[in-house]
Design a protein around this ligand. Structure first.
Ligand code: BTN
Length: 324
């Protein structure tokens, strides 16, 4: 791990307290001036570290801004190339442009706000500043285009585990097929995977995995989506943006070699929010009532109609509304 990340990690562990340059220099076996250089570079990245004469370095007690250094200090692996921004139109849109220009696999773009956040079916995804994170990951997995849905299902399981690493409430996060995460019956996260297909091989050229999460309550979101949207926490928690991003990337790393593994699909099913619930299946002009009876091995939803007949539905075709 680079020295600056080690320094940030050490300051994070003593957030709000002074840690002397000498202590850090001894701990990492470098000179005090190397520590000072590392701190300077962290500050240039927007990290709120103060330095008092003879007091040492202090990481601000309440800061919660996103930074690649803050994420890397927690992450402890160097697969990802992480870029953070205060505000963007849409991380998926921008990362797609970067992919077309040849960006590397595992490039990650994380933002504190999106002005044109996009959801499935061309819908808008509310992405206000200060209360959530919006990230996209560029993936180039060797898989058939028809299996791309497994990227979404694997990501849903990964994000559920990442959220629970933060809120410390095992099995609290449920997945509403196919791409929504729920906590306490409220939507806290949406996932949008967009893929480019290599028509010669029939495989994926690349995929942009986009994840938007509400960390703390937002008045703006509550006004527009009252009764639907929730958040992981009730208040703003210091460093939660970097923590959550790092946890998500760690959990995604576990799935990379095996998108859609049996274990992952089993966990996806266990977390299913829709099991045994009545839903309205909406596809184009048609809509019908059905009871959800399961998720098959291709991650399609299996529903039972009033007639008793079963139907298997794929994500591209339908959206669902829950009957309450
Ligand atoms: C949905 O709920 O329909 C999916 C929402 C996906 C939102 C994320 S936020 C990061 C990425 N950028 C976007 O514009 N959308 C995705």
């Amino acid at each position: 791990m680079e020295l600056k990340y080690k320094v940030l990690k050490a300051l994070e562990e003593k957030r709000g307290q002074a840690v002397s340059g000498e202590t850090l220099a001894t701990e990492f076996n470098v000179s005090r001036s190397a520590i000072w250089k590392a701190v300077k570079s962290l500050r240039q990245q927007g990290i709120d570290i103060t330095a008092g004469t003879n007091k040492g370095y202090v990481l601000a007690v309440d800061s919660n801004s996103l930074s690649s250094a803050g994420i890397n200090a927690i992450l402890g692996e160097n697969r990802y190339i992480i870029e953070t921004r205060k505000s963007v139109t849409s991380t998926n849109t921008i990362l797609k442009e970067m992919a077309v220009q040849g960006a590397d696999e595992y490039t990650v773009l994380v933002a504190e706000e999106q002005t044109l956040g996009r959801g499935r079916f061309g819908r808008r995804f509310e992405s206000p500043k200060g209360t959530g994170i919006y990230l996209s990951i560029l993936l180039k997995p060797k898989m058939k285009a028809e299996d791309a849905l497994f990227i979404t299902t694997s990501a849903a399981v990964a994000v559920a585990n990442a959220v629970e690493a933060l809120n410390k409430k095992p099995n609290s996060v449920k997945i509403k097929w196919v791409n929504d995460l729920f906590l306490d019956n409220r939507k806290i996260c949406g996932i949008l995977t967009e893929a480019a297909i290599d028509f010669e091989s029939g495989g994926l050229e690349y995929a942009i995995l986009g994840i938007g999460i509400n960390i703390s309550p937002s008045e703006e979101v509550n006004e527009k989506l009252s009764g639907i949207a929730g958040s992981i926490f009730k208040t703003d928690i210091p460093n939660s943006r970097n923590q959550l991003t790092a946890q998500i990337l760690k959990q995604i790393s576990k799935q990379l070699d095996n998108f859609g593994s049996k274990e992952c699909l089993d966990e996806y099913r266990l977390r299913s929010f829709l099991d045994n619930k009545m839903v309205t299946v909406i596809g184009g002009e048609t809509r019908y009532l059905a009871r959800v009876v399961g998720i098959d091995d291709k991650a399609r939803l299996v529903v039972q109609l009033e007639s008793g007949d079963k139907k298997t539905i794929s994500s591209g075709e339908v959206s669902l509304s829950l009957e309450v």
